[in-house]
Design a protein around this ligand. Structure first.
Ligand SMILES: Cc1cc2nc3c(=O)[nH]c(=O)nc-3n(C[C@H](O)[C@H](O)[C@H](O)COP(=O)(O)O)c2cc1C
Length: 218
């Protein structure tokens, strides 16, 4: 009887410590993205005419094909021979990584493998910005610069080049969203120190900007 009571005590303690619905890291699986569809999209001039920032999102998830197209448009490989991308990159350094914070966890976009690699089995959307909508939006893209890939001698140049490299990717996302009728806004309003800790980034990885993407609020 004593043994049973001790075991029950341990179970209650474990429940209190871990919470009612523990998620284990092994549960977050890699997401195999679909081949991006190349024959969609509206005429460029109409898309440019519609590009805008929106801050009202529905909570509906993006279908896998849309997510796949979005990430490819953002910074996918468009020339397999050289592995160059849809956005330019200073000295071809390719130093921007795209993380995707979604309800089921945090992922890293692997352009070469066309996958989303699991990073954290936590919903960190609320930490991706100071705006209240970020916690509910389908995807928050986080643009992280890897400063270890930069060779500029002047430290300040590393910031300029990383910001420019990020801007091109962000504009690709804006244009894809305008073409597909999705809502998006790029955001500098981020507590970068906290977010870096939450994402467990290395000291040479710097959060540049975030960009929320979802369907517009109905
Ligand atoms: C570098 C950069 C940082 C931005 N940061 C924020 C932000 O933190 N929050 C926000 O709501 N919008 C942010 N924006 C979006 C701008 O407010 C928006 O682009 C501007 O108001 C013009 O509106 P438009 O994009 O619809 O043309 C940012 C835009 C840029 C380029």
């Amino acid at each position: 009887m004593r043994k049973i009571l001790v075991s029950l005590g341990f179970l209650v303690l474990a429940f209190l410590l871990v919470g009612p619905n523990p998620i284990h890291s092994q549960e977050l699986k890699e997401i195999k993205l679909l081949k991006p569809l190349m024959d969609g999209g509206r005429p460029l001039m109409q898309v440019l005419n519609d590009r805008q920032s929106s801050r009202e999102f529905s909570t509906d998830e993006l279908p896998l094909q849309v997510l796949s197209n979005l990430l490819w448009a953002a910074f996918g490989i468009n020339r397999p021979d050289s592995e160059k991308r849809t956005a330019p990159s200073s000295s071809n350094c390719q130093n921007i990584d795209i993380y995707a914070a979604m309800a089921k966890g945090l992922y890293l976009y692997g352009a070469k493998e066309n996958i989303l690699k699991p990073v954290l089995v936590e919903d960190i959307r609320a930490a991706t910005g100071t705006h209240s909508f970020v916690k509910d939006v389908s995807v928050n893209l986080i643009y992280v610069a890897d400063f270890s890939k930069l060779t500029e001698e002047i430290e300040e140049d590393k910031n300029y080049f990383s910001a420019a490299n990020t801007g091109f990717i962000s504009q690709n996302v804006y244009l894809y969203c305008a073409s597909e009728g999705l809502a998006t806004v790029v955001r500098g309003g981020i507590d970068r120190e906290t977010l870096s800790k939450v994402m467990k980034l290395r000291p040479d990885q710097k959060v540049m900007f975030a960009q929320s993407v979802g369907y517009p609020k109905k």
